[in-house]
Design a protein around this ligand. Structure first.
Ligand SMILES: Nc1ncnc2c1ncn2[C@@H]1O[C@H](COP(=O)(O)OP(=O)(O)OP(=O)(O)O)[C@@H](O)[C@H]1O
Ligand code: SF4
Ligand SMILES: [Mg+2]
Length: 518
């Protein structure tokens, strides 16, 4: 696979070495004002993103997960500067880009690209694939070596499409193929950071795996840095190095992928993990214990006080209602915002009386999970206490936590198995390394995604036939969608005229209605 063109002209920053911070976000907020009455007075705000702190390292993939409405897309649009933040700072390659104007943003548009969720509305149905994928070159005034057509055809083959299809229209392609076109467009200017907002959620499960694998391959070939947004943990599991779990506009846990899967520390992460399908049939025999979260995500207009998860958390006590837990690195490579974390020492052990909401929520959590949770926390607390009392166990608190409970508990959470084994091994203080290993094998081995990919060859073609037959409808609805301001923002497809095209290809994001709704 060859790499996209090294486009001419200046970009915003120098290349960051692998592992160096490429993007740094501090206190990032986006509050959408709610206006009412004739005078359009502001009566409140949707606190879509409410104080995010994280960084993205060069060459890594940061997965971002959370339920619908928790602010993932808003975060994606903020870091690509398609939206203007309400507060906070965004640094890209060491340069503060938080409030750059249109001119200042132009070079950034080459460095940061976005892949959108809906491959149907993000491609203008009246433009050929050649025009769509070639748009970034025209917008940035870049002429690749050999000309735009040649380069676009090369990009099409890079993403696994037939270069001869240069003159075809979007409706002639399947959903998976359209998403490949979106990826080719995003790669055109050789970006440093690609933000993919639910890149596969609109696709068939079999096609999802192909697109995820393509993104993975491209990253390795081209040294790309990704932020991949998804609404569940199964999509990002395969590709992420680190994962941020969002809840109601905040990050509640941010951890290395394996740590998060083996020993989640936030109860919300544990609940999300318990819903992930188990790819390993040998572990299916284990009893499945799902954690069902009660009710919907509360409104971001008036989020709950203290910890925002306290209205749905089975561990919530009074302090959870009154005091917001900070996001702290409790274990190396694992930050969590919780007073009573899973698989770790209780951060507020004095606060033991459960809230009424917690008692109700606990009815939806299997007894075994509750028992396991209590046992593992107790075991970790004991290990930490022993260590701080000068015990010469030689085990750092972290590894004690991971050994005594983390891996097993995670295993049981991921496998949905009964927690009693975990409780036993925690009580016995066993190392749990076997379980950790098997969890690792389960997570890295034969993923459902892989096997789906293997078995799905040719489905693109079938899909394409289906898309072809209903093509005009899809085209119409996409066309209708592209005039809507929301869609314009999110898809940005290339619309008719160059100026609006600029809007959608992210280049003219500042002209976007959403960008100025601060
Ligand atoms: N332009 C806007 N004006 C007002 N509110 C908005 C706007 N865009 C998003 N919101 C609100 O902000 C919150 C977060 O929206 P966002 O689209 O970021 O969520 P999400 O996590 O991407 O959800 P999903 O998984 O459904 O895509 C939601 O409550 C949404 O209604
Ligand atoms: S235990 Fe408390 S702080 Fe932790 S997630 Fe539950 S409600 Fe939030
Ligand atoms: Mg979204």
């Amino acid at each position: 696979m060859s790499s996209p063109a090294q486009s001419d002209g200046a970009t915003l920053t120098a290349d960051a070495a692998p592992g160096e911070t490429l993007l740094k976000v501090t206190g990032l907020q986006k509050h959408f004002p709610i206006r009412k009455g004739l005078l359009k007075r502001q009566v409140g705000a949707v606190r879509a993103v409410d104080g995010l702190d994280f960084e993205v390292r060069s060459g890594e993939t940061l997965g971002v997960v959370g339920e619908s409405g928790c602010g993932k897309s808003t975060m994606g649009r903020l870091i690509t500067r398609l939206l203007e933040p309400t507060a906070g700072t965004i640094e890209f390659g060491g340069k503060d880009i938080t409030h750059l104007g249109v001119g200042g943003m132009r070079p950034l548009r080459r460095d940061v690209q976005m892949i959108f969720q809906d491959p149907y509305s993000s491609l203008n149905p009246r433009h050929t694939i050649g025009t769509i994928v070639g748009a970034p070159f025209r917008l940035q005034g870049v002429t690749p070596e050999g000309g735009i057509k040649k380069e676009v055809q090369r990009l099409l083959s890079v993403v696994g499409l037939n270069p001869e299809h240069y003159n075809r229209y979007p409706h002639e392609f399947s959903g998976g193929q359209r998403q490949r076109i979106g990826i080719a467009r995003a790669l055109a200017l050789n970006p440093k950071l690609v933000v993919a907002d639910e890149p596969v959620s609109a696709l068939d499960v079999s096609i999802q795996a192909q697109v995820v694998n393509l993104l993975d391959d491209l990253q390795q070939e081209l040294g790309l840095t990704y932020v991949i947004i998804a609404h569940d943990l199964s999509v990002v599991r395969h590709v992420s190095d680190r994962i941020a779990v969002m809840y109601l506009g905040k990050i509640v846990e941010l951890a290395d992928r394996d740590k998060l899967y083996r020993s989640p520390m936030h109860p919300y992460t544990k609940a999300l993990l318990s819903a992930v399908p188990i790819p390993d049939p040998s572990r299916k025999s284990a009893k499945s214990e799902r954690i069902l979260l009660k009710g919907d995500v509360p409104s971001p207009i008036s989020p709950p006080s203290g910890c925002r998860f306290h209205t749905r958390c089975w561990k919530a006590t009074e302090i959870c209602k009154t005091t917001e837990p900070p996001l702290l690195e409790l274990r190396p490579g694992q930050q969590v915002a919780c007073h009573h974390p899973e698989n770790f020492e209780d951060q507020a052990p004095q606060d033991t009386v459960l809230l009424t909401a917690a008692k109700e929520a606990a009815e939806l959590v299997a007894d075994e999970v509750l028992a396991e949770s209590a046992e593992t926390s107790a075991a970790v607390a004991k290990a930490v206490a022993a260590e701080s009392a000068g015990s010469d166990s030689g085990e750092p608190a972290d590894s004690a936590a991971a050994g005594s409970s983390g891996s097993d508990a995670a295993d049981s959470a991921a496998a949905g198995s009964s927690g009693s084994d975990a409780a036993d091994s925690a009580a016995a203080g066993s190392s749990g390394s076997d379980a950790a290993d098997s969890a690792a094998a389960g997570s890295s081995g034969s993923d459902a995604a892989d096997s789906a990919a293997a078995g799905s060859s040719g489905s693109d073609a079938a899909d394409s036939a289906a898309a072809g037959s209903s093509g005009s409808d899809a085209a119409d609805s996409a066309a209708a969608g592209s005039s809507d301001s929301d869609t314009a923002d999110s898809s940005g497809s290339d619309s008719d005229s160059e100026p609006s095209e600029e809007t959608v290809t992210s280049d003219g994001a500042d002209e976007n209605p959403k960008a100025s709704d601060k």
